[in-house]
Structures are given as C-alpha cells and as structure tokens.
Ligand binder design. Sequence first.
Ligand code: ADP
Ligand code: MG
Length: 483
Amino acid sequence: MKFEPVIGLECHVQLATKTKAFTRASAAFGGAPNTHTDPYTLALPGTLPVLSRATIDFAIKMGLATGCSIRPLSRFARKHYFYPDLPKGFQISQYDEPLCEGGKVEFVLDGTVRSVRLTRIHVEEDAGKNTHVPGAPYSLVDLNRAGVPLIEVVSEPDVRSAAEASAYLRAIRQLVRYLGISDGNMEEGSLRCDANVSIRPVGDEQLGQRTELKNINSFKNVEAAIEVEIARQTEVLERGEKVRQETRLFNPDKGTTHAMRSKEQAHDYRYFPEPDLPPLRVGADWIEKVRASLPELPIQRRARFLEALALSPYDASVLTAEKEVADYFEAVLASGVETKTAANWVSSELLGRLHRDGKSIAASPVAAAAMAELLGLLGDRTISGKIAKDVFEKMWTSGRGAKEIVQAEGLTQVTDPIALEAACRAAVDANPKNAEGYRGGNAKLFGFFVGQVMKATGGKANPALVNEILKRLLLHDGKPQQP
Ligand code: ADP
Ligand code: MG
C-alpha cells in the first residue's frame, strides 16, 4: 500500500520587543543569568501582569502579513504545568479566543508558489531555561527568557513532504525578518518548531494518527526528523500495527526519533481565563495603524522582480531572500544602473564577499551608493569588467570610492583605437609562430593574443575593441608581406 505524509507545524517565534510581554524587564537575548528579571518575572506574591502594546503590535503585524482575521476581542488564558523554569506554575497563553485566525503562508518550492493555511496565531509568554549540570546534584535556572513574548503560528495539516515543511519554515523566518518582529534565529531559539506527522493511504480523506516531533533546532534537522518519522510510521503500519499518539524527540546525532511521553491532552493543562488581565480589545484603528507599517512582503516583492524587472526566478529569489538585500539592489537600480548588471553584482560579487567575511549587508563596507558609482564606471566603459572587480576589492578593504581609486591608480579603460592597434600589432609581431598557428586553424591561440594585449595594458584595454582589432590583424592585413 502507498502512504501519503500529512504534516502540520506549530512554530514559536520569539518577538524582538524591548520588554517582556507582561512586565518592564528587558527581553534582550543573553545577559548574565537572572539579570533580566523583576518581581513579576520571579512570580513574587502580589505582582500582576500588564500587557505590552508592542507585543500586540508585532502579533497583529504577523497576522496581517499572513491574511489572518484579527479578533476584535481576544482573551488570555493560563496554561498550567510544573517545571522549575516556570515560576508562576502557569504560562499566560491564549486558548479558545486567539488574536489571529485563518490566513495562509505562501512560499516558493521548486519554482511554484505553494500555500499552507494557518489555523491561528496566538500570543503567549516564554519560559526560562534550565541547565542540567552533568554529574551535579542540582540544576541551574535562568529566568532571563521567562516572560519574553512569543507568537505561536499553527498551520493546518496542509504540508505533504519534509522538503515542503522546511520551505514553509524558511518562509516564516523570512517573513518575521521582513516585518522586523524577530530575528528568526533557529540556533538561538528565536524560532522553534514542533512538527506533527501522520501518514495515510493515498486517496484516503481521513487523517492518520499523528505523532508530535520536538527538539528540532535547525532547518536541516526539520527535514531529517520528518523523513525518519515518515519512514518509521510506514514500517509500523506495514507490520499491521498502529501508530501511537505521542510526543517524540529527534536525536540529530543518531538521526532517529524516540518516544518521550504519551501526548498530553488539552485538559492536562487545566486552561482557564487569566483573571488578572482584561479581555484584549483591538479596534479597527489599531489594525489600520499596524497595516500602514507593513513592508512589501517577500512573495510580492519576488513577483514584482520577476514581472516588472524581468529577473530570472533564481535572481528574484536570491535578491528578495532578505529585505535589506532587496532594498540595496533597488537603491542601486534607482541610480540608473542597468538591471542585469545590478542583479549580477549584488547577487554574486556583493553577497559572495559578505559571505566570505561573515558580514551582514547592513555592515557592508560598500554601500549601495558606492556600488552604483562603480557600476556607473563599468556601464559607461570607463573601466573594464576585470578592473571593476579589482576596484570593488579595493573599495571593500579601503572604504574609498570607485572614481577616486580609478583616478588615483590610472585604471581608466583604454579605448583609444590607435593605442590599442599599436598594442595588438606589437603582440602579433612579437609572436610570429603563434600568429601562423592561428591562421593555420588553431582557434584557441586567439586567447593567447588577447592575454598578451591585456598584460601589456595592465588589464585596461577594452576587450571588445581588442577582439575586433586582433581579428583584423591576424586574418586580414596581418598576412606575411611579399618580399
Ligand atoms: P496540539 O496543540 O495538542 O498539538 P492541535 O489540534 O492544536 O493540537 O494541532 C496541532 C498541529 O497538529 C496543527 O498544526 C495541526 O495541523 C496538526 N495536526 C492535527 N492533526 C494532524 C494529523 N492527523 N496529522 C498531521 N498533523 C496534524
Ligand atoms: Mg502541539
């Protein structure tokens, strides 16, 4: 029997607000343990939560960007469990009246636009962090993260493969970074994901029994964990057994999943409305104010780059992967640089160089205006492509401008036909054997002559002109003179 995988994802996104969701303590990542705390974070008796507006602004942003409907009235609820990193003994979350409902996430997979429906996006607070010291008779608790705002993005079971799950997650990461509501860093835990996986006979309407995979902390592991879980469930069903509903942990070293606990049910959490917070009312004016702050979304920007700028699908994806890259590219274009040239230089030279230095585009030593100046010199043929790359490297390391470097170092391209003809003739005259070989049919020798001229002119000769002149000299009037 053939089985089809069905996957639904629950993503926690840590919001990059300055303060915690329900108190003024800092929400910054890191810091010496237990320094981002206050009486509320420590759950001292008598402290009360006060909802931060930025938390809701950020959550509404994500809701609008994914086409959710925003509830005019939503409610917070207490979700109870007992663990040392949760001093109150409950987490403030949302239950049956979440802030955002419906909507979808769109992304490109293998060149086609895919869409995964969302069930909901709700707001909650994070827990602290336990560190289990090997061999010690105690564990350490750091409450810096306790109370930091999260949104949980819950998808419908629309995903059909591990590759699609990973593409969906990347789209969430890209989106929250475009919106500026989170850094989406999986390794640091700002983006955490649980994958619900089931399989069913192809053609069946009914969903199979699912397991929930936890502890997946990289895009690579998301794919690996789902792949092995699909294979495991297939084996279970093929043996004639049933998949048990349970929570399983992925072990990245072994590449296996193992049962952690039977899945908790909602009633295990004893949800009830948070009595210390009034219902959250979000009026149309609040929603419109947030809507006005939305940037052009990555999927829209990619479509515009394809249609209006006629970029290739590959270039359009690379140049819209990060908002800052797309902004940089468009700033270069706005200075009058030709589209294909700007696309090539930003996607290969600039991104390649940034990657080599481990720098983000915000920290690029060559800003968009400086890049435009360089590409202007290339466009009006003041410098050749080869020289442009050298100048770019000099700009990168010295911070100087393109014109300044070209002038100071005399790198202007040689386009004077008389000077070029002289250089070409010299190359031909100095190498009669190769000239004869070329005329005799060895076409590869042409490159040799181009190289000689480039060497003689310090790489500054205009390549198109050199080609033209060399062809003429070698094939037409360069024939041996009759004695
Ligand atoms: P819980 O919060 O207990 O995990 P939910 O009903 O909120 O349960 O579902 C969580 C996620 O599981 C959602 O993303 C949903 O799409 C997904 N899901 C539910 N049933 C299945 C199934 N049979 N197979 C795969 N995913 C499923
Ligand atoms: Mg779940």
